[in-house]
Design a protein around this ligand. Sequence first.
Ligand code: COA
Length: 698
Amino acid sequence: MKSLFEPESIAVVGASSDSRKIGHIVLNNLIQSKFRGKLYPINPKADEILGLRAYPSLTAIPAEVDQAIVCVPNTLVPSVMEEAGIKGVNSVVVITAGFKELGKEGAILEKRVGEIAKKYGMRVLGPNCMGMMNTHHCMNGTFTNIQPVSGSVAIASQSGAVCSSLLDWSTATGVGFSTFISVGNKVDVDEADLLEYLKDDPNTNVIGMYVEGANRGRELVRQAREASKKKPLIILKSGRTSSGSKAASSHTGALSGSDKVYDAAFRQANAIRVNTIDEMFDLLQVFSNMPLPKGDGLAIVTNAGGHGVMAADACSDHGLTLASFEKETIDKLKGYLPEAANCYNPVDVLGDASADRYEFAIKAVMEDPNVSCVAVLLAPLDTVDISAVASNLATFAGNVDKPVVGAFVGGTKTDAGIKLVQEANIPCYDSPDRAIRSLGAMVRYRKMRDSAGDDAPVVMEGDKQKVREMIDSVLSTGRTSMSESEGKEILRAYGVAVPEEITCATAEEAAAAAARIGFPVVMKIDSPDIAHKSDVGGVKVGVSSEAAVKAEFELMVSKVSARVPGAHINGVTICQMVKGKEVLIGMTRDDQFGPVITFGLGGVFVEIMKDVTQSIAPLTRTNVDTMVRSIRSYAILTGARGGKAADIESLKDVIFRIAQIALDFPEISELEINPVMVGDEGKGTYAVDALVVLRRDN
Ligand code: COA
């Protein structure tokens, strides 16, 4: 990877004297950026390009070549790759388009590029990319002539267009970039590789990524988690909606996985996910220029009450609190500001505030121990000298130990002021909400980073042998779905408590079983062909006598047979009735991320309420804590409105056990327990149902 980021020499294959061609522009950009290593233009028809000696091929160069940038038409790329391999080139950047984004034939060509790279042990960036820059290595190996300011933000983007927008924005705001990588189709180097490098790059303090789809989801999560321990990682993932995903697939041939899974993945990796490019810009500004806040107390200094109130409202939306000032701070403000000014938070320095008044208030609140960050708001009243306030705010650059941001709210009158503040490396926005949201992201990141210590996945023991035999036996009969009782056997083998139950073939057997278990009982149809029993009349709760059991047996069998003709019915299961709060625990398998564990409010309304959360297995204690706490109905589990608290510890234990089953048996493609009954504290958690679906391909 070092040869990609810091090559000692670069050959541009397809360099041209024609200034309109990409091969010319790339070579010219490398020269203009004052690349310090050796540069070799490769062109079979030229002796010299842009003042540099040209060579007909890579192998004709009489020296070692660290990196090759390829700008020849797609059909020529495999032969250039072969040549690079023979030459001993370490990394290749393939700018050429016309690969898997074009369909089947392009995909075959791309596969060949990947195979050749592997054969020779070369790393490949692209194809179908803009190339890469490293401002600290004086290297612009792209075909864009926008040269960003050198700085501490590393950007990796799957879209060339997003790349150019970010570059243009960087020159407008003065946010400096360390490296800039257009990843293209990712035949080899992907985001996970880049994170592995960037997390230790001393020139990079913030990482921003635009992602359409991940190649190696689990590795991406692993590297992202490592990187975000060291520096903030901001990810803009498009394809949130199904139409967005479709556009992403046709864009670079990426398969965007289910968006909820990406959400879970980024959350577990402590990455900050943003939804729009504006938000990405806003967060890059604040993270690259400001120190992290130590707490969540915000001070607002404003010349307009309305904006102050809006900023205060935005606080709770973005995880900040309005700091309450020490008496000393209030006295200090009262001593300096006019009588009509508000010296409590938000501090209103009044419409006619001078730059000095702003400065005094900012300094006073900054010194307050309850304040961790400051937002300076300005409305373009005729009485305010915007450029004076902006120049004054600019003087805080580089000498603050708490983040300070501006929000100059307007348009024509405020634009120049915003620019002035930004050029001084103080984040400045055009609305209170953007300012507060950006500070909120910093607070969130600091909290995530500080609590990221617990990384060890929890491992559970189970009777592997028994489950393996069960799965093999079910698959050998040609079935892929297990009956409820088979599913429960699996759960039992992994230490999940299930209510006592007896499957009975006749009404008489059922009555006797119920008497043995004790009334009331639950009756459930037992059939491998029915996934959702209650939908077809296959569940009856609270049956409380032998006579009632007999009658319900006959009724249930006939009802279910009528509703699901042809279903094989083994009988009816008589179950011990357990009490508790109904939750759901499930598992699906994602192609990119592997087993995804779902937890949420259970029962028949689960699909309507959608009060569920997901995490990717293996799970750590923090993951499961976060899962359980994050559902809207968490208060029900802790004992809302005088109810008893549920046995949350035993619930977590079951979540870990389900994750373990998923990890141990890749053949299980889906598993769902709904409901899981969480008893009162100390009473345990029972799996009342079990749906297990297998797949054959493993
Ligand atoms: N080795 C070195 N140079 C070679 C060569 C070889 N084997 N074969 C041909 N060349 C030369 C050509 O002679 C030409 O030089 P010239 O101008 O002196 O004649 C040069 O390489 C370029 O080849 P050309 O056929 O003119 O291609 P091009 O410049 O029109 O297009 C690409 C090449 C790569 C730019 C084009 O195929 C492409 O993919 N464009 C899209 C790029 C893109 O959008 N990428 C994604 C961005 S996000």
